[in-house]
Design a protein around this ligand. Structure first.
Ligand code: SAM
Length: 256
């Protein structure tokens, strides 16, 4: 399901992924002062973070993994000239490289997994002792305006699950065995030209129908019209409308 959604969005994703790009930059900001022999990236998508890693670590081999075949294919073509990357279709919940990695990174991807604890335990196993894991996550305050309006328009179709809250994220990281070295929290308001433009944008990011935007049943035409009208009315700004993105950026290590 998630694989299909992102495969469909591969071509349009970059045009609209400003919040994701800013999270990828934040992940680079918390990286440790090391020059690793190899890097694993989980949920590489269209390679926004990977591109930053090419600049920061020229010539370091990067295993860039994504669940979506189309994303993998798209990035492999787009970054042909960077032969330091190996583009791999795989699931962050179960992926294992040949040897443990000194550095694992992931941005704006792991909030999609169905089992956070299992995913973090797997990443812990993939990491060398004293290795680093730099993680950028979208948290539960992301698109809170959309959830509120949706709840009002169609309460019986409320989302089945939400993005993780910070407490849930930290609990799962601790339970997997990680030690926290750096932590940055952010709540950013992003502007869109209109409510219609905003909905189109999150659709083109592959977010529509996802945890944050979907319910058990899709909205019908009149509910969508009402949602657009309410959103435009409630969250208008000088530039159009705003939407919140809540994120956490963490640097973690494996001490045992
Ligand atoms: C919002 S995109 C972010 C991509 C990129 N890291 C960025 O910063 O732009 C999320 C990506 O995570 C991938 N993804 C979702 N679940 C995954 C999983 N279980 N394993 C690997 N990749 C996954 C999706 O296919 C998608 O390409």
């Amino acid at each position: 399901m998630i694989e299909k959604r992102f495969s469909a969005a591969a071509e349009t994703y970059d045009r609209h992924a400003r919040p994701q790009l800013s999270l990828a930059r934040s992940v680079c900001d918390v990286l440790p002062e090391i020059y690793p022999e190899q890097i694993l990236e989980l949920g590489c998508g269209t390679g926004q973070l990977t591109r930053l890693l090419f600049d920061r670590f020229p010539d370091v081999p990067i295993d860039a993994v994504d669940l979506s075949e189309k994303m993998v294919e798209y990035s492999r073509n787009k970054f042909k000239r960077f032969n330091q990357a190996t583009w791999i279709q795989g699931d962050a919940q179960t992926y294992r490289g040949q040897d443990p990695y000194p550095l694992i990174v992931s941005s704006a991807a792991l909030h999609w997994v169905s089992d956070l604890r299992k995913t973090f335990e797997n990443i812990f196993q993939c990491l060398e002792k004293d290795g680093f894991f730099a993680l950028g996550m979208m948290l539960s305050g992301t698109l809170k305006e959309l959830l509120a309006v949706r709840q009002e328009v169609a309460p019986q179709k409320t989302p089945a699950s939400a993005l993780p809250a910070l407490e849930e994220l930290m609990e799962n990281l601790h339970a997997a065995g990680f030690k926290i070295l750096r932590k940055k929290l952010s709540e950013e308001e992003v502007s869109y030209r209109s409510a219609t433009d905003f909905l189109r944008t999150i659709h083109e990011q592959g977010v529509t129908g996802a945890k944050v935007a979907s319910g058990r049943e899709p909205l019908n035409r009149s509910e969508i019209d009402r949602l657009i009208e309410l959103y435009q009315d409630r969250y208008s700004s000088a530039d159009g409308v705003t939407a919140t993105y809540e994120t956490a950026t963490l640097l973690l290590t494996k001490t045992s």
